[in-house]
Design a protein around this ligand. Structure first.
Ligand SMILES: Nc1nc2c(ncn2[C@@H]2O[C@H](COP(=O)(O)OP(=O)(O)OP(=O)(O)O)[C@@H](O)[C@H]2O)c(=O)[nH]1
Length: 956
């Protein structure tokens, strides 16, 4: 393997490196420096050019002759391996070397091609002789031994090997082998033939192969293989075998190889020159006999014995045809094994199985085909599996979470259904837009104060609209005298506060309906709620409803006690009433600001705005980064006959500019123009600024978030993907978010620990009584019950919206849902319960709450079976022919294996259960059956299979 370096050769020849270099150049060999290596043929040529030094050279050569091979084996350990690469690298030389090699090939060729044993034999013999010896002496190592010698003798070995090795090896090795193969009883064959190969470089092997197959060379016979490898394999033969094989490719052609080897040698060189050295190069290049060998050895030895093992076989069989096919086979077998391990057969179809921890994320509304794609399975196979599980579905049908969970459990996957919000976040992330990360990355310095966004809520006719008008007008008169205000869904006013001009943005759609509808869409728009209560009317049902919606959204409330101008106004009564709803006025020691106003007269509007500012300052930190692309929410939108889709959007961060590309929900487009609430065209809108936007492709919905994208294509693609996702979601069979039945499950999953209820009744007394009774249920500390809203009258869309947002269950006492509300509830997966007997409601909820308590389980033994006989099946693995000794053995039950009273394996499962040839779901005691424990095969006659299950302990 090792090639000689120029300075080594020079030393050997008793000349200076400079002279050697000059000579080499003269000979047409390009060698860079004294430390460059040269291919054996070149070395030989150089030696020939200095006959005076021949002695040494001869010595070396001879040593190489024998040592070469050895060195290949042995040297591997040392220099040889290193050299190998170099040689390859010694690209430069290679070329030339190759040629030389080619020359050698001459001889080899003769041998190689000459399938004729005669030729090969001779060649082979030499090598073998050496190789064998080595092996015998100390097994595989022997080879090395020789190699060792070689190396020792010729420091130059490297060079020697290559040079001499190649050629000589052929001869010498071959010589030896024939009769000497220590491990080959049939030596004759292997020996002679193998040798041939080597000599030939590759040719040798072939011959070997042909004959090899026969006698002592059974490649599959470990001992032989080994032997051959050690002896022959490792040696040249082995090494080459491999290389040869690869290099030459399939063609075992013993003869050809040789030829190819050489011929190839030429080829290889060029490509190898580059210095890739290694095996392949060696192999082919090796061809050059000389080079090839070097390569070969390099490859062979280094790989070590293991390598030999293979190499030997290959050598024996020529290119290793057999070995190749063998390896192919084993690969196929391996693949099959892998497949078997990674798949599972259910209902006659094979599907990839997870390890029980693999997480599969599926969008809500996904179909079996989507599931199949994720696990790389055939959708049709999953249809079958699902059918087996008792569910019928087509491949493209959207399925609910429960069904996916069931399927996932069966196949060993943890299914996660992605919420719309997560889904949208992921969708944006696929466009490299990560809003959360963007917000997190913002520095304090990037943030600037922004106006608070206010929503006005309250009972019907308590003056919400009037109040919004009053606020707007007060501002218009001050700043925009004569300006024409128009309704765009939101407006901004400016107020003097603490000597500063402060902005406040009012959502111009009063009422908690819009507020909650937007929340239901994931939009958190409102910072502060102004609860309007008519002083002459007091707290009314919708006052409470609005209040509850605000609380559920965790939005601070400022109370505007309106109509103070009216007779009978009783502001204190209002304060007292609201105290019951946890809105304690500041003057009563609470933290809620109450302001008495008259919307119609415009009285105390400034104080109200001041109170809003103070509350905002006290409770909130309102800042946003204006220096980025805008993000926000669509407040309302409509289709204008002349202007197309018109949307009022509220910028929440960044700055929206005319010309920006934006996407709002499923609408997208370029901002053509923007107007404020006064109808003035604006060029840009900063945080908390509501503006009307023209230019969208369609009308977004209130609550749809919008964002500016770098280009129109991104905006369009996001919109399109959202639309597709929505379509899917619409198709999906919605699952109940939270229901009285699935409480325990939801709690067990850690999703919630509080049961939110919305109580509606025909009379307030009943609702109060129900609430009191429910709150009196003792459920301990683990779970909580919270009534987030109660009211009188039919269950409305608002109730469902609130339940949607806060995962609540609606309890109706002597009331029914209003028109189309049931549909909405079904669509949103809101659980509605109707009762006419208060105790029935209490019982149900109490039971549900108890179910919420973390369940306790105990192990219950189902049955045991004694294994009488074990049948091995390539298809099913080991089948335990058993007799059920007690209880019942059920398919899919958990199982453990007990041997001599010791549990050998736990957490197994009865994966197959048969009575004779029929599948059985269960087998009772006294009957015989065949049990398959899946991939667990360590079963013996006499073992006992116990099955068990975890059973929930009912709570008292
Ligand atoms: N006297 C008096 N009347 C008021 C005041 N504020 C509102 N009103 C009257 O109360 C009635 C209802 O006012 P709106 O502003 O429409 O009440 P709303 O809460 O917006 O009503 P809905 O939109 O139906 O929910 C109108 O006739 C107003 O003129 C007030 O401060 N004083």
């Amino acid at each position: 393997m090792a090639k000689a370096r120029v300075h080594e050769l020079a030393k050997e020849l008793g000349i200076t490196s400079k002279d050697a270099l000059a000579k080499l150049q003269e000979m047409g060999e390009f060698v860079k420096s004294p430390s460059s290596t040269v291919e054996p043929p070149v070395a030989k040529k150089l030696r020939a050019a200095f006959p005076g030094a021949k002695k040494d050279g001869a010595k070396k050569e001879s040593s190489k002759g024998s040592g070469a091979p050895a060195s290949k084996d042995g040297s591997p350990a040392g220099a040889s391996s290193k050299p190998a690469p170099k040689p390859g690298a010694g690209s430069a030389p290679t070329p030339s070397s190759v040629k030389p090699g080619a020359v050698r090939p001459g001889p080899k060729p003769g041998q190689k091609p000459a399938p004729g044993p005669a030729e090969q034999k001779p060649a082979a013999q030499e090598p073998q002789a050496q190789a064998p010896k080595a092996p015998r002496e100390d097994g595989g190592p022997s080879a090395p031994a020789q190699g060792t010698d070689a190396p020792q003798k010729g420091a130059p070995k490297p060079g020697a090997k290559p040079g001499a090795g190649a050629p000589k090896p052929g001869g010498s090795r071959q010589g030896p082998r024939p009769g000497n193969n220590p491990f080959a009883p049939q030596q004759g064959m292997g020996g002679s033939e193998r040798p041939a190969p080597r000599p030939g470089g590759s040719g040798g092997p072939r011959p070997g192969s042909r004959q090899g197959p026969r006698p002592g060379n059974n490649p599959f016979a470990p001992q032989q293989g080994m032997g051959s490898e050690r002896g022959g394999g490792p040696r040249p033969g082995g090494g080459r075998g491999r290389q040869g094989a690869p290099s030459q490719g399939g063609p075992r052609p013993g003869g050809p190889r040789p030829g190819p080897a050489q011929g190839g040698g030429a080829r290889p060189k060029p490509s190898m020159m580059p210095g890739q050295t290694p095996a392949p190069a060696g192999g082919r290049g090796g061809p050059g006999g000389g080079p090839g060998r070097p390569g070969a050895p390099a490859g062979g030895p280094p790989r070590g014995r293991g390598g030999r093992g293979r190499g030997g076989t290959a050598g024996a069989f020529g290119r290793g045809g057999p070995s190749r096919s063998k390896s192919r086979k084993s690969k196929r077998a391996k693949r099959q094994e892998m497949e078997q391990r990674q798949t599972r057969e259910i209902g006659g179809v094979r599907v990839p199985k997870g390890d029980g921890t693999t997480i599969l994320r599926l969008r809500r509304g996904s179909s079996l085909a989507d599931f199949a794609e994720k696990i790389n399975a055939e959708p049709a196979a999953l249809v079958t599996v699902l059918m087996k599980l008792g569910e019928m579905a087509t491949a493209n049908q959207s399925l609910d979470e429960e069904t996916f969970q069931l399927l996932g459990e069966e196949l060993g996957y943890k299914v996660q259904i992605v919420s719309p919000e997560d889904e949208d976040r992921e969708l944006l992330e696929s466009f490299d837009i990560d809003l959360a990360a963007e917000a997190e990355a913002e520095d304090e310095d990037d943030l600037e104060a922004r106006p608070a966004v206010v929503t006005v809520m309250g009972h019907v006719d308590h003056g919400k609209t009037r109040l919004l008008d009053a606020v707007r007008n007060s501002n218009v008169t001050e700043g925009e005298a004569g300006g024409i205000t128009q309704h765009i869904g939101a407006y901004q006013v400016h107020v003097e506060h603490d000597g500063q001009e402060r902005g406040l943005t009012f959502i111009d759609t009063p009422g908690h309906e819009a507020f909650t509808a937007m929340r239901a869409r994931g939009a958190k728009v409102t910072d502060i709620a102004v609860l309007v209560v008519a002083a002459d009317d007091g707290v009314m049902p919708q006052t409470v409803e609005a209040l509850n919606h605000a609380k559920a959204a965790d939005v601070p409330v400022v109370v505007a006690v309106n109509k103070m101008d009216k007779e009978g106004a009783a502001p204190d009564k209002i304060r007292g009433q609201l105290t019951e709803y946890e809105l304690i006025p500041e003057e009563y020691g609470g933290d809620t600001m109450f302001v008495d106003i008259s919307a119609i007269q415009g009285t105390n509007i400034d104080q109200l705005l001041e109170a809003v500012l103070l509350t905002a300052d006290a409770a909130l930190e309102l800042t946003a980064n204006p220096s980025k692309e805008a993000r926000g929410v669509a407040i309302e939108a409509n289709l204008d006959k002349g202007r197309g889709p018109v949307a009022t959007v509220l910028v929440q961060s960044g700055t929206l500019k005319v010309g920006d590309n934006m996407v709002a929900g499923t609408a997208f487009g370029r901002v053509r123009a923007m107007f404020d609430e006064n109808g003035n065209a604006v060029e840009e809108a900063v945080p908390s600024r509501p503006v009307q936007v023209l230019g969208l492709s369609s009308v977004p919905r209130a609550g749809d978030s919008f964002l500016v994208t770098p280009d129109d294509r991104t905006a369009r693609q996001i919109a399109e993907k959202r639309e597709a996702a929505e379509r899917n979601a619409m198709l999906a069979k919605r699952r109940k978010r939270v229901s009285l039945e699935n409480f325990d499950q939801v709690v067990a999953e850690g999703k919630i620990d509080t049961l939110n209820l919305i109580l509606k009744g025909d009379v307030s007394g009943a609702v109060e009584a129900l609430e009191d009774a429910l709150l009196g249920i003792d459920v301990g500390d683990e779970v909580q019950l919270r009534v987030i809203h109660r009211g009188v009258g039919a269950i409305t869309q608002n109730d469902v919206n609130l339940a949607t947002v806060d995962n609540a269950v609606i309890v109706g006492f002597n009331v029914r849902p209003a028109e189309r509300v049931q549909d909405l509830a079904d669509q949103e997966g809101v659980d509605m319960r109707f009762y006419s007997v208060i105790y029935a409601a209490i019982d149900d909820i109490e039971a549900a709450l108890k179910g919420m308590l973390k369940p306790e389980y105990e192990e219950v033994q189902l049955g045991s079976a004694e294994i009488r006989e074990v049948f091995r099946s390539s298809k099913f693995g080991s089948i335990a022919g058993s007799i059920v000794r007690s209880g019942v053995i059920r398919r899919n039950a958990k199982a453990r294996l007990v041997r001599d009273g010791n549990v050998v394996a736990d957490n197994l499962a009865i994966e197959s259960l048969r009575r004779y040839k029929d599948d059985a779901t269960e087998v009772r005691d006294g009957f015989e059956c065949g049990i398959g424990l899946g991939s667990f095969n360590d079963i013996n006659a006499g073992d006992v299979i116990e099955t068990w299950e975890m059973r929930e302990i009912p709570r008292s």
